[in-house]
Ligand binder design. Structure first.
Ligand code: NAD
Ligand code: MN
Length: 489
């Protein structure tokens, strides 16, 4: 593999994949397009990665389709299991490499990056084990005879992923799609191609046949439409903004392609006075500020019951002050920089809007360093309903906290959001927990916890937060067509 990277001090020891990964090998982009990657912690360009154009989209899909028809589709479940277990093992052996690439390209704190690399490996392990535990049904149809269902692969799946959790989200889509017998063309976000490319290379080295997983770095505005519109793509699995998700669904409607869309969120964190609210206050800052707030599940709207409101805010602010913002290369860093200057500018616009609305800042919103796209986490109190920070997804380290008096009125406001991805509620009353968990309109909810993602459980949104589910066996179902076969007696 030929590198086209300017290796700086911090990157010299880290191998940077910089070309398209197609048909089992790294390949130069024929168009000469490339993306210059910027390390958000230093603001320095550190690598140039080839970017695909429309001709390469077509060629990669055609060859993925060939790989599907000529082998992967009909490979025995046992053999496919063996290969995916092997991929998982090779990913585990390369956790440090994956983590360092993630740190460089998106400013991910290194400890988080290692956890996320491990999560990706675990996803492959789970679906490898799922292949032979994925059953159809036998159905006692009225007319007698023998009726059974088959879960069949679809063909080539386009997986389009964002920059906030580049490696694990790629694994969430690639592993179940491959397990179900599909081939995949993976398009990482243009600014975060490195871990996707490494995934392609490592999976191939673990025994995945050429063409089964194609990795196409490039810009969504250049190759997105060609990828989604291609007649050989049978399903588009997308994670990203609601705006692009809508566009993909529109384009997919022409050929009735299957879509699964994991989109934005504005998730609530609801704290009742009968809860262990001191504990909630201490662990809630990371439920919104982790990944510097660039998390679709960020609990960015907090509803705190009036009797504990002041005490809760005091503890929440104190816990936020303790968070370590800084160099993602340090083991102790909890919040790295935002991913780009553009992303920071967007967040700062939200903060300017909050100031102009007269919203009170309990803390933060300022820049802690002159270099790197850092921003101190901001805690906003009781924003007016016209403050955009209260309604819109910010995708940065900003939380807004309001008190509430009445459970039913609070739930009406929670559910007035067009989003419905995740949420948390804190209470020690089991009846309240069950009642509120049922009432919140979101795909994922946690009680006395902020944990949203479990490899074994379905993850996805209600309303404009999406369609379809990642993870769990629900995701594997989503990468198959359901066939019914009837055999006369
Ligand atoms: P984005 O929608 O801008 O980009 C996501 C991906 O789509 C990238 O790979 C991008 O290159 C590609 N893309 C852009 N234009 C395209 C087009 N016309 N056709 C096809 N693909 C195109 O999102 P982003 O800015 O990378 O990520 C932030 C958003 O992602 C936030 O809204 C966040 O909530 C959402 N997100 C959701 C989840 C979830 O699981 N629900 C997870 C992470 C991020
Ligand atoms: Mn974007």
């Amino acid at each position: 593999m030929k590198l086209r990277c300017s290796l700086g001090m911090t990157t010299s020891a880290i191998r940077l994949p910089s070309q398209l990964f197609l048909d089992g090998a790294f390949q130069r982009s024929r168009s000469g397009r490339h993306t210059s990657l910027i390390n958000p912690a230093t603001e320095q360009a550190f690598c140039e990665v080839d970017a695909a154009d429309v001709a390469e989209v077509d060629a990669s899909i055609v060859s993925a389709h060939r790989a599907w028809e000529s082998g992967w589709r009909d490979m025995s479940p046992g053999k496919r299991t063996e290969i995916l277990f092997n991929v998982s093992r090779v990913l585990r052996e390369n956790i440090e490499h994956i983590a360092q690439l993630e740190r460089l390209q998106v400013g991910k704190p290194i400890a988080d990056a290692r956890d996320e690399a491990g999560l990706g490996a675990r996803v492959f392990e789970y679906y490898a084990g799922g292949i032979t535990r994925f059953y159809g049904q036998t159905i006692p149809v009225s007319r007698g005879g023998f009726d059974f269902t088959l879960r069949q692969s679809m063909g080539v799946v386009a997986a389009i992923v964002p920059w906030n959790f580049p490696f694990p989200i790629a694994c969430w889509k690639v592993a179940p799609a491959l397990a179900a017998g599909n081939c995949v063309v993976l398009k990482p976000a243009s600014i975060s191609p490195l871990t996707a490319l490494l995934l392609g290379e490592l999976a191939h080295s673990a025994g995945l046949p050429p063409g089964v997983l194609q990795v196409l770095p490039g810009s969504g505005s250049v190759i997105g439409d060609a990828l989604v519109n291609h007649p050989l793509i049978r399903k588009v699995s997308f994670t990203g903004s609601t705006e692009i998700g809508r566009r993909i669904m529109e384009l997919a409607s022409r050929d009735l392609k299957r879509v699964s869309l994991e989109l934005g969120g504005k998730s609530p964190n609801i704290v009742f006075a009968d809860s262990d609210w001191q504990k909630a206050a201490e662990c809630s800052p990371m439920s919104v500020f982790a990944n510097t707030g660039q998390d679709c599940c960020a609990r960015s709207r907090m509803f705190v019951e009036r009797p504990i409101y002041e005490g809760f805010v005091e503890r929440f602010v104190a816990a936020t002050r303790q968070l370590k913002v800084g160099d993602p290369a340090l083991e102790t860093t909890q919040l790295g920089p935002l991913v780009s200057s553009g992303q920071r500018a967007t967040v700062e616009e939200f903060l300017a809007n909050a100031r102009s609305c007269g919203t009170r800042f309990a803390l933060g919103g300022d820049r802690p360093a002159s270099q790197g796209y850092y921003l101190n986490p901001a805690v906003l109190l009781e924003p007016g309903r016209e403050d955009r920070c209260w309604k819109e997804e910010i995708f940065g380290p900003v939380v807004a906290i309001v008190p509430f008096d009445d459970e039913a009125a609070m739930l009406r406001e929670v559910n007035a959001s067009p989003y419905g991805l995740s949420g948390s509620l804190w209470t020690n009353d089991i009846r309240r927990a069950l009642r509120v968990a049922r009432a919140v309109q979101s795909g994922v909810l946690s009680v006395n916890s902020h944990s949203s993602v479990h490899v074994e459980a379905p993850f996805g949104g209600f309303k404009t937060s999406g369609i379809g589910r990642d993870l769990g066996m629900a995701a594997m179902e989503g990468y198959t067509e359901l066939k019914n076969v009837y055999v006369a007696e």
